[in-house]
Design a protein. Sequence first.
Length: 404
Amino acid sequence: MMMEYFEQLEDGLRKAIASGQASPRKIYSLEVARLGKRLYSGTNRVAWCGITAPFDLLGAMGITSCFVEFIGAMLASTGAAGEFIEATEHIGYSSDSCSYHRAVTGAAIKGLMPEPEFLIGTTNPCSGGLAVIENLAAHFKKKLFVLHVPQDESGKNVRYFADQLRDMTAFITDVTGITPDPEKLKMAMTNTNRTRSILAEIYDLARGLPSPVTSKELSNFGIVMALFLGTEEAVNVAEAYRDEFKHRLAAGATGRPKEKFRLLWIQNRIQFKNPIEKLLEDEFGARIVIDELNDITWDPIDLDDIYGGLARRSISIPFNGTIEKRVSHLRKLAKAYQVDGAVNPCNWGCRQGTGARGLIEDGLKEIGVPVLNLEVDCVDSRKFTEGQFRTRLEAFVEMMESRK
Ligand code: SF4
């Protein structure tokens, strides 16, 4: 089922791009489809990982790696997540836990997760994700390495984590027999740094008034681009976005005609098909110009200290550490993008989403940015009722209007 889905997706996108209908989002989606195909091909060496694993390092060692939540999101986008979530609940998992993880667990139960060669768990951003990886390791009877991501760079944390990354590399060599080739590693990190620098340009352009970005174009972008780091393809995707945004700004044209209100989207988007972005743009003139995870929080990787650079990068992500640190990052984004409001989907069962909502709301309110907290399951469409969301969005937009 999933292989067929990714094949059809790739085929459709390739044809559209070849017939002159290329767009940055299509070029990006093509890479998503190709990653899906590699994961399900049965011929690639696959590792299931936590979200903050160093995918460029794994790629340089010839491993197709991916965070497990990618599958939860893909099942949601195909509209099929419900049956997998049910399969998980059926064997006793709580319906209060994150549905990315219930969907992935259901996929494993139903034989839809490709067998990995090994697994890399990460303690960040959530212990639920680590539990899924541990369950998958037991399910497939495969070896697991856990990366304990320190909360900040204080003391000897960077060295401690860099050493863990070295240990992880030795673990992979032990399991697969592959030793990292220093030249391939440097090449991958050079591509990572090239991509990083173009991403910084994209985000800079997106700050424009009006922004050249449409609400949909950069959804899930930052988190998924991490999977392509280290490759030429990541550079190509990033260049496509940068060039298109430059073109729009130079031509005086924005992605969409109206930009009455600029919005910051907190955490991840809703993964199943839903009318929220369209509703925001078409009916309320509100555009999502920035997502929390669409930001560069790390320095270029020093080729003479690759493990140190990768360690700093993992530690730097906004979901790592205290909520105070996260709020401060959100405030920085809200100011830089001059937003009128923020939307927090508060994904059901998520510490990051629901656990931090009060402090996020207060922190943004202090700088004059109101927050709309939605109570939504971002993966399970069965709980979604459009009417209810429309009413909440309408009230929020009216409130933003009254502040203008
Ligand atoms: S939504 Fe929250 S609980 Fe679920 S994977 Fe993301 S961070 Fe973890």
